[in-house]
Ligand binder design. Structure first.
Ligand SMILES: NC(=O)c1ccc[n+]([C@@H]2O[C@H](COP(=O)([O-])OP(=O)(O)OC[C@H]3O[C@@H](n4cnc5c(N)ncnc54)[C@H](O)[C@@H]3O)[C@@H](O)[C@H]2O)c1
Ligand SMILES: O=P(O)(O)OC[C@H](O)CO
Length: 330
């Protein structure tokens, strides 16, 4: 890997891509950050701050922002941090680069039900692929507060190598070969975080939120196991860990979207003109369709879908959830 100019390049200068660029610059002394928008690239290089997506956080001057895709060939490893629904478009247009791709977006592709790793394998069959996912709010990582996460790669030796390449004293990846488990945890928790935001916005209390986290985790396990995930991965950092984080804080864009729904605002109004991504909104309907096809019961995800598409209001979905027949806790 020494023939490359940059040990790590980062694609996507949203909050998370920018925070990861800061971590990589700490570790390797430099990092390349690719963004679509030339004015954002110029602003980052001039001010060493991403005022659009990660304001008031000073960035290392050793981050070089670029909007030239050919620069990506100068990077030994690429962290891909586009929104999940734009991953296919980016990978389709990326030049012929053979570096390992460490996918950092969380979601399921609308229209196909594909996981991020499925998209990467289909569009870039030559590149080794791995997943980085876990409880990691960008602003905390950018402030160098400690965090641990899952790094999933089918080839364990490469997974370990990638983990060594992205680890910092305050940034601690644990590797696994369960790529599906890591992906499903990150995708499903976003939808459940919308549900927890609804509980908060509607003033339903902390008991209700804890119940939703626990029953939501049961849905994550049911769906994940039906898709081939391992239970221990779902109970780990990328599953339960990230579920607890995003279901507990208004810093989560998914939680805050749900909070607005719980206060009676429409999804269209809340999503309209929004600059930052709330991945759960796009993932929820495709997750529900996929769960139904697999015979995995996901009533909380179904309730979130009804609130997002406007087919029911908060009172109706709460009543529907609580009036389901009593059952054994399995
Ligand atoms: N923010 C976090 O704390 C965090 C942490 C872990 C994982 N993630 C995941 O990282 C991914 C990116 O989230 P973020 O928080 O960095 O985004 P963000 O909401 O901060 O910014 C949106 C990003 O999407 C880009 N974008 C918008 N439309 C695009 C398009 N058509 N093609 C390519 N890029 C486009 C924008 O340029 C910008 O970089 C998401 O999947 C998210 O779930 C975020
Ligand atoms: O702001 P959210 O809801 O997209 O969550 C950000 C990260 O996924 C937290 O791990």
């Amino acid at each position: 890997m020494s023939s490359y100019d940059y040990p790590v390049g980062i694609v996507g200068a949203g909050a998370w891509g920018t925070a990861l660029a800061a971590v990589m610059a700490d570790i390797h002394g430099k990092a390349l950050l690719w963004a679509r928008d030339p004015s954002l690239v110029a602003a980052i290089n001039a001010a060493h701050e991403n005022a659009d997506y990660l304001p008031a956080i000073p960035l290392p001057a050793s981050i070089m922002a670029s909007n030239d895709m050919d620069d990506l060939a100068r990077c030994a490893i690429l962290l891909i941090v586009t929104p999940a629904q734009h991953l296919r478009h980016f990978l389709t247009n990326m030049p012929d680069i053979r570096s390992p791709l460490l996918l950092c977006c969380k979601g399921i592709e609308a229209g196909t039900g594909a996981l991020m790793v499925d998209i990467a394998r289909e569009v870039r069959p030559v590149n080794p692929v791995a997943i980085l996912s876990g409880p990691t709010f960008a602003h905390e990582v950018a402030a160098r507060k400690p965090a641990a996460m899952t790094l999933a790669c089918e080839h364990e030796a490469l997974g370990e190598q990638l983990a060594q390449a992205v680890a910092a004293p305050y940034f601690r990846p644990y590797w696994t070969d369960d790529v599906i488990g890591a992906e499903i945890g990150g995708a499903v928790k976003n939808v459940l975080a919308i549900g927890c935001g609804v509980v908060d916005g509607a003033g339903l209390g902390l008991n209700a939120r804890a119940s939703l986290i626990a029953r939501g985790f049961a849905e994550m396990q049911r769906y994940g196991i039906a898709r081939g995930a391992r239970p221990e991965t779902l109970a780990g950092l990328s599953g339960l860990g990230d579920l607890v984080l995003t279901c507990s804080s208004e810093n989560s864009r998914n939680f805050s979207l749900g909070k607005g729904l719980g206060q009676g605002q429409s999804a269209a109004d809340l999503l309209n003109g929004r600059r930052t991504v709330a991945e759960g909104a796009a993932t929820a309907p495709v997750l529900l369709a996929s769960a139904q096809a697999l015979g995995a019961d996901m009533p909380i995800v179904a309730a979130v879908c009804r609130l997002l598409d406007g087919s029911a209001d908060v009172n109706e979905v709460i009543k529907a959830l609580l009036s389901r027949p009593l059952k054994a806790e399995r």
